[in-house]
Design a protein around this ligand. Sequence first.
Ligand SMILES: [Mn+2]
Length: 255
Amino acid sequence: MTEEHSPPRVSPPKRAVVTLAWGRHAEYLELTLPILQEYCEIHTCDLVVETSLLDTRRPAAWSKIPLLLRELRRYDEILWLDADTLILDPSRSIFDEVHETAELGWVVHNFEGQPFPNSGVMVLRATPAVREVLEIAYLQEDLIDSPWWDNAALMRVTGYGIPGLEPESPPVRSIKEVCLESGWNAIRHYPTNDPIIRHYAGDRHELRMVLMLEVLMLNSGLTSILQRRGYVIESFAAWIPRVFESAISTNRETL
Ligand SMILES: [Mn+2]
């Protein structure tokens, strides 16, 4: 039986939230894991937390691509979340925002007229076009040490391009894409009225930790999730002196 003639799918799509918590990024997961678990329970997703790099020859961010290719063999739909993200409202389903015929959903920020999709939060569906985009993005070896790593490669292959980084004929592939409201990938450099997923992109480690802790301890919705799941809020407060000690010792090293 060919794929065209297969019966319509009756079972719901198999979904996962996928993230990479490697090195110091594993500390973010210590803070965000209960919220991720809550999200996965509400929206019937598996949670895949990878703790190793899939390609140690490249900067860590690149491991996102082989990790997604691996998990798209097991799941129909994936929500990719960078480890430096925090879901502020787990009740809202990002999958509902991506029409079922679409293949990729992400937020496209705009900096000085240049559209800049951000690969820190993405919905991907397991289609041949998505696999091809990921595979070709991984082949963009001239971008391995670019400031935006995999993000730059995905921009190239989806046709966005980055001024100054594009070859004469960029390998653009067609993909059915949805641009999500900016609140789904709320970064500090791009204010949004309705942040749903906060992304601490570009911030240094200690600042991310402090900002995440502040939200977890002050946002009543998140605090009640932590309490319901058996976490003691005060134990989160205990992180703060550790983070500051780490910040101070890092500064000493650079002096
Ligand atoms: Mn990030």
